[in-house]
Design a protein around this ligand. Structure first.
Ligand code: ADP
Length: 426
């Protein structure tokens, strides 16, 4: 009973004191007083019934009340208010009650405050975590937007560059024809230089277009039957001169599965193998060796391209398959395409990965690390599914038609050879 009296006695001074201390401005104070009245009422209920759960609804409201500004500034506003309320309650009790009543009241309310504080802290944390994750979501959205912008910029720039390049190419060819007729060899040499530049530009622009196709999931594959050994032979022929110029050895081993017929886009897979092998050439000093090996695994063919080059550091291995992963190394740019360490725009491996992944395969690299003295090299692994049927329905139809024609002609042939069968079936 004494407790109830004490609670009633300090009611008004408590509300006044706390609102004066904690709310500045008339408007804010009015709303705050309302909240304090509600809190106090529930506090009284909790004290009288001994059930601290009475306060939970208001704590829930308070705990979820922080504004975006509070959250951005990292305020733990509500926990602060409750903390202050504890000390102000002690002051108010001391000023308005006898020592004994004050002690009795505080013994009853302090555990309730403690409970309230823990509940509010939890709610505030939850609100904060929700806020942070929504901020993260927004940032992620912005990053994705940036990436989309970058990707469409690449695509637009590449297409824009292609038109003047074609013009330059045409005029250079015309000049070469004119000069060829007049036999001015000096100019012919210069024009050859221009032509090399054009070819390299065209290659870079094509790479930019490929990257944006892959980025936007627009890479279309032309599935056809292919044999890895054929592609490797082509590669050997195409790179023969470069290999000889750089005094390298390119060893292409026979392996199980290299002559298996699989379905894939042979042009694109060739492009992938070409990229990895020209990288092996670029990052292997003269007199080094590049070895192509492989094996047949259940459902996959693994192609392994190993070099005795400078290797790749672990942290670099993590980014080389990302587009422009190599952008930081401006010092390496613009050197020749197969010259030792002649870095390019860093699009080769992202394209290669895009091609391999579009086939349902994977590519990864193993290297002990970057070391230009030890030259422990890098090993690229490419896993390609051994598709035994075309995933392009048109191709599948074509091949099944061919199968039917084949079986029909076989049947016709055996019918001719064995007329009795024909008779019996008629
Ligand atoms: P780039 O146009 O720069 O050659 P790539 O995407 O083909 O771009 O390769 C990305 C980077 O990965 C290269 O710049 C190089 O640093 C590294 N890299 C690729 N292949 C090798 C390799 N065989 N040995 C050492 N480093 C390599």
């Amino acid at each position: 009973m004494a407790l109830q009296n004490s609670l009633q006695k300090i009611h008004n001074p408590w509300v006044q004191r706390i609102s004066r201390e904690l709310a500045s401005g008339e408007g804010v104070r009015l709303g705050f007083v309302e909240q304090l009245e509600r809190f106090y009422e529930l506090l009284e209920q909790a004290v009288m019934t001994g059930d601290i759960g009475w306060l939970d609804p208001i704590l829930y409201d308070w705990g979820h009340a922080p504004t975006e500004t509070n959250l951005d500034e990292g305020d733990y506003f509500v926990s602060f208010v409750i903390n202050r309320m504890v000390s102000l309650t002690i002051e108010v009790a001391r000023e308005n009650l006898s020592k004994k009543d004050a002690l009795e009241l505080l013994a009853a309310v302090i555990p309730i405050y403690a409970h309230s504080l823990s509940v509010v802290v939890r709610y505030e944390m939850e609100t904060r975590v929700a806020h942070i994750s929504s901020e993260l979501g927004k940032t992620q959205e912005k990053l994705q937007q940036l990436d989309r912008n970058k990707s469409s910029f690449i695509s637009v720039a590449a297409h824009e560059l292609k038109t003047p390049l074609t013009l330059i190419e045409g005029y250079t060819a015309m000049m070469a024809d004119t000069v060829g007729a007049s036999g001015q060899s000096q100019i012919q040499i210069l024009l050859k230089g221009v032509d090399t530049g054009i070819q390299r530009l065209r290659h870079i622009i094509d790479d930019m277009i490929d990257v944006s196709l892959i980025d936007n999931n627009l890479l279309t594959l032309n599935f056809q039957p292919l044999w890895i050994t054929h592609l490797l032979n082509l590669l050997k022929n195409e790179l023969g001169k470069t290999i000889a110029d750089r005094k390298l050895s390119l060893l292409i081993n026979k392996f199980s599965g290299d002559d298996l017929m699989i379905y894939g886009d042979s042009e694109r897979i060739y492009q992938a193998l070409y990229n990895v092998t020209t990288n092996a050439i670029k990052y292997t000093p003269d007199n080094g060796t590049i070895t192509i090996n492989g094996r047949l695994l259940p459902g996959f063919i693994e192609i392994i391209i190993a070099d005795s080059g400078i290797g790749i550091s672990t942290e670099h291995q993590a980014v080389i398959f990302e587009k422009f992963g190599q952008l930081g190394r401006a010092d390496l740019h613009s050197s020749g395409k197969t010259k030792f360490k002649g870095g390019g725009p860093g699009l080769g491996l992202p394209i290669t990965r895009g091609i391999i992944e579009a086939h349902g395969g994977t590519i990864w690299v193993e290297s002990e690390g970057y070391d230009e003295v030890k030259l422990s090299g890098s090993t690229f692994h490419i896993l390609l599914p051994t598709r035994t049927e075309a995933s392009d329905p048109r191709i599948a139809k074509l091949f099944s038609q061919m199968e039917t024609i084949k079986t029909e002609s076989e049947t016709n042939l055996s019918d001719k050879e064995n007329p009795s069968t024909n008779n019996s079936s008629a």
